[in-house]
Design a protein around this ligand. Structure first.
Ligand code: N01
Length: 536
């Protein structure tokens, strides 16, 4: 891509976003000899790891899994320091990748893509940015991330607050020192659960405003065991193969037993073993936890007992115990000292179910019961997940139809990769693919590879465009929905269901059929000459 300030560009492909997905997509397209340009709103590469710098931000997929597999030299040479990597280390890794593969020269930073409009006559996309770029591209690839569009805090009188407020998903780069402060954290999802213990250790007082408690498993984070690293590196190809064929994009110890068929003491032992091991594998302790309410209840009961054993005040312990949705149907959280933090004298849990927030005040906030004096407020209220970042761009396909209109009743895609009416537009880890239910890097690499192979196929076969057929799309949407409804997931008011954003259609958005099964399906589609797509 030209490195001048030129704004009118003609490219083979525009890639929107310079996170893990955008970088690898660029690498692949370059390898095919295409001209491709990445446009990124942030001042640096890294996507989610660029923005989410809140205290304690850490990946809860293990480091040896959560990394690119496409370059053996890279995966052999890079050394992770911890079992679970912290945000600064992951960001350093992404920057290393950008440099190592000389990607920066095709990345335009601090530039937000505002619209992408399909020109039917030319069969090309016109992509515009907030810095005046006007780009004509044959392909438009959305690498915008599933959790990148933050949910804006819409609390009454927020503008009257005289202290400082922050969103975990847009944390200041210089960091925040809460020493001596009275801090309020609103929300108790993954971001809050990671940051609360650290803020509590720093602040004078911490008030945690909880609407819905979450299930959180200890991380048992530690320096990466050099023996484990050696074993994985000696067998990385096989390790990666197993991850690609697994259900969630990394190998979790499976147990084919039902929670209801084993004796109570065996069940308790299994849960205890998983708890001690820590991490996301807890929800696969038994094969029916995510499918059967009674089985799920046994896991929830174990959890309740754990919380009561850690948190000294029984009322606080009870408030922290989830009761309104099955375990695992909201994203399981992974923590370091989360529950124990509520034993600290300077930490108070406020149950918003009993005393909702009425409004923000100049010096804090007011619930239906009382005023809280706060110097800072941390909004850990999450994201407009999966669709938010895509709909933030004014995307118009055939006949000028907007994506917003097409998705008015919920996202509709074929394989989470493409959409009828939007030729040559691809979504990396789009709704309808395993995405957020998987190790994102495994899913990103699979999608970028599929897209690159598809573009290569089009070019070598003299085709100009590919477009999902409406029937294939409808069938896929139905399938995604059917499989989702075989599980307990739809019972929760989760961001998977779009339930965290007022007015968002209630649809289970990711594909839960499993990473390996899904990959097979995509490969079959390719093998059958892009079954379900029209090539022109
Ligand atoms: O956001 P969330 P997050 N008033 O949506 C509450 C990934 N992630 O940023 O449940 C009061 O989970 C809301 O309450 P409720 C991971 O996939 C990964 O924490 O809607 N409260 C909830 O408690 C994760 O799932 C990692 O009742 C309000 C919280 O805010 C996803 O990102 C780390 C409210 C939002 O929780 C999102 O996590 C961090 C309101 N008006 C994140 N609105 C790792 O890999 C919302 N809430 C470690």
């Amino acid at each position: 891509m030209p490195t001048t300030d030129e704004k009118k560009l003609t490219l083979d492909a525009v890639i929107v976003g310079a996170g893990f997905a955008g970088l690898y997509m660029l690498y692949r397209l370059r390898g095919l000899g295409l001209s491709a340009g990445v446009f990124e709103a942030g001042k640096g590469v890294g996507g989610t790891w660029y923005w989410n710098r809140y205290p304690g931000a850490r990946c809860d997929v293990e480091s040896m899994d959560y990394s690119y597999s496409f370059s053996d030299e890279l995966q052999q040479e890079w050394r992770w320091t911890e079992r679970y990597s912290a945000q600064p280390e992951i960001l350093k890794y992404i920057n290393h990748v950008a440099d190592r593969f000389d990607l920066r020269r095709d990345i335009t930073l601090e530039t937000r893509v505002t619209s992408a409009v399909f020109d039917e006559a030319a069969s090309r996309w016109t992509v515009r940015t907030d810095r005046g770029h006007d780009i004509s591209a044959q392909f438009c690839i959305m690498a915008t991330g599933c959790l990148s569009s933050t949910q804006e805090p819409k609390f009454e009188r927020l503008e009257s607050f005289t202290g400082k407020w922050y969103h975990t998903g847009r944390w200041p780069h210089e960091g925040v020192d809460f020493t001596g402060q009275r801090v309020g954290v609103i929300g108790t999802g993954s971001s809050a659960i990671q940051s609360i213990p650290i803020i509590a250790a720093q602040a004078k007082r911490l008030f945690v405003f909880q609407r819905t408690p979450n299930y959180s498993v200890p991380a048992h984070n530690a320096p990466l065991d050099p023996e484990y690293e050696k074993i994985v590196k000696a067998n990385y190809a096989e390790f990666r193969r197993q991850a690609r064929e697994s259900r969630v994009g990394f190998v979790m110890e499976k147990n084919d037993a039902s929670a209801l068929e084993v004796a109570p003491d065996v069940r308790a032992r299994e849960y205890e073993t998983r708890w001690k091991r820590g991490g996301l594998g807890f929800s696969s302790t038994f094969n029916d936890i995510l499918f059967n309410q009674a089985a799920n209840q046994t896991a929830a009961d174990f959890f309740g007992a754990k919380i009561r054993s850690i948190v000294r005040d029984p009322v606080v312990a009870d408030t922290l115990t989830p009761k309104t949705y099955p375990l695992g149907t909201k994203r399981l959280c992974v923590d370091t000292n989360y529950y124990a933090t509520f034993n600290r004298d300077n930490v108070t849990l406020v149950d918003l179910r009993k005393t909702p927030i009425e409004r923000i005040t100049p010096d804090g906030l007011r619930t239906s019961k009382q005023d809280y004096q706060l110097d800072s407020i941390v909004f850990a209220i999450g994201f407009d997940a999966m669709t938010g970042a895509l709909l933030a761009v004014d995307i118009r396909g055939r006949g000028g139809r907007t994506l917003r209109d097409k998705w008015a009743e919920g996202p509709k895609t074929y394989l989470g990769l493409s959409m009828a009416g939007f030729p040559n537009l691809f979504t990396i880890t789009g709704p309808g693919s395993p995405s957020v239910l998987s190790n994102m890097i495994v899913s990103i690499e699979q999608h970028a590879d599929w897209i690159a192979d598809c573009i290569d196929y089009l070019r070598t076969n003299g085709r100009r465009s590919i477009e999902a057929m409406a029937d294939a799309e409808n069938e896929w949407v139905q399938h995604v929905n059917d499989v989702g409804h075989m599980t307990l997931y739809p019972q929760a008011n989760s961001w998977y269901m779009g339930a965290n954003i007022p007015g968002k259609p209630r649809i289970f958005m990711p594909y839960i059929g499993g990473v390996g099964v899904y990959r097979q399906r995509c490969d079959e589609v390719t093998a059958k000459g892009y079954e379900g797509f029209t090539l022109a």
